[in-house]
Structure formats: C-alpha cells, structure tokens
Design a protein around this ligand. Sequence first.
Ligand SMILES: C[S@@+](CC[C@H](N)C(=O)[O-])C[C@H]1O[C@@H](n2cnc3c(N)ncnc32)[C@H](O)[C@@H]1O
Length: 254
Amino acid sequence: MAEPSDDLTINRAYWERMAPRYAVAAEREWASEPSWGIWNVPETELGLLPVDLAGLDTIELGCGTAYVSAWLARRGARPVGIDTSPAQLATARRMQQAHGLSFPLHLGTADATPFSDASFDFAISEYGAAIWCDPYRWIPEAARILRPGGRLVFLGNSTLLTLTIPAADDVPATQQLLRRQRGMHRFAWPDGSSVEFHISPGDWIRLLRKTGFEIEDLVEIYPPDHATTEHLLAELSWAQQWPCEEAWKVRKSR
Ligand SMILES: C[S@@+](CC[C@H](N)C(=O)[O-])C[C@H]1O[C@@H](n2cnc3c(N)ncnc32)[C@H](O)[C@@H]1O
C-alpha cells in the first residue's frame, strides 16, 4: 500500500485537533434539516440534492461527522462515508447511535478509496475532499466509483474568497486580490497547520470534462439577510455581494 502523502499526514493531524469543535456542531447538524455551507442556506433554496434519493447508493467523500449522510439516509438513500480522521469518525459513530441510524463509515482517503468501480449513484462532499484533497486525484477517483449517469455535488470556498482572504486565522475576506488566480492549486497556509486545494473555474471545467463529467450547474451561494456564521471567512455584507462559497453539480456521462 502507498505511504500517505505529507499533505494527508498534515491534514489528518489537523482534523484530529479540530474534531472536538466539530463534535459540538455535529449535535446541531444531525438534528437539523439539510442546509449548506457556513451560512446554513437551506436545501429548499439551493437544490443541491437529487429530488429522489430513495434506494440510491451514496458516498460522502471526507464525511467528517457524517451529518450529510444522515440527511441522505433519512431520504431513503443507502449512504457510505469515508474520512481520514479517526476522531471525526468517532463523533459520526456516536451520532449514529444517538439518532438510531446506521451506515458504513470507512477510515481512508477520498482520493484512493477501497470501493469497486461503479459502486455509487451519488457522491457528495461539503468541505471534505472538495477542499482537502488534490482535485487531480479525487475527481478521477469519484468518476471511477460512480456509476454511469451518477451525480457528484461538491461545495467549498469560492475562487473569489480564496484570492481575497488573508492568510491568518479569523481574518475575513477583503476587497483586495491578495494572490494570483493563475496556476492556483495547492494552498499550504503559512503556519503549516493544513493544506487545501483550490483550482480556478477554467481548470475545474477542463478537469471535470476530461474525467467524464457533464457540468450541470455551478451554484454561487449567497447568505440570506440576517444570516450568521461561526466560521469567520467573510463578513455578511461581503458575502451578500460576492459568493464566498460555490457548489458544483456534475453528472458522469452515460
Ligand atoms: C470540514 S470537514 C467536512 C465534513 C463535514 N461536512 C463536516 O463539516 O464535519 C472536513 C473533513 O475532511 C476530512 N478530510 C481531510 N482530508 C481528507 C482526505 N484526504 N480523505 C478523506 N477525508 C479527508 C477531514 O478529516 C474532515 O473530517
């Protein structure tokens, strides 16, 4: 088996440290109706999920505490989650017990999963593989494990946010371009705590098409009036003018 990459090791250690904080959020998210991103925009507004999930095999790539998979299970899907952090998965298992739901949770990396080709009808990542795995590795892996016609939805920081947010904790996005869009890909934040991946819209389109996906939508996410967030990535007034998050909806060609 291949050795874990340095990025994977760094990010796993980061998520082991972050897990207690996300365990608190998990209590709320497991008990709530589907809503997305740092502003909790309701699914009823964004429409990211397939209308009919009944009987679909789903995979959550970087599932964390797995509340998204819980939402899918309640809509009749057969979810599976994979995550690299044992502590996050421990929270997910505890929440499964608390909510009387049971579905498989795998410890592993979303860019090299143990699943057979064409195992799933729907794949999703909310700030999981979407920003923590190299897209040039995890998008081909998602394509491999999806069935023809299967859908992939992934949500993370917008390109604008990535270019305008200072490289310091809890300092929100500015109105200045702080780094280049050209060639954007791997972001190792200066404190060495974690490594994220963000590529430009043009690079996303080329990668998705090359790996056999048809692009259905790129949803730019704006918070409703008076929305609040515990993640200070952008002020509300900023996020109402420019999207600080975006979701891709794509479908594997038949
Ligand atoms: C912000 S959480 C997203 C999950 C969930 N939506 C949540 O907020 O709890 C990010 C998750 O990605 C996971 N992750 C990071 N790198 C990963 C990788 N290479 N493979 C699978 N999961 C990964 C982390 O362990 C963490 O649980």
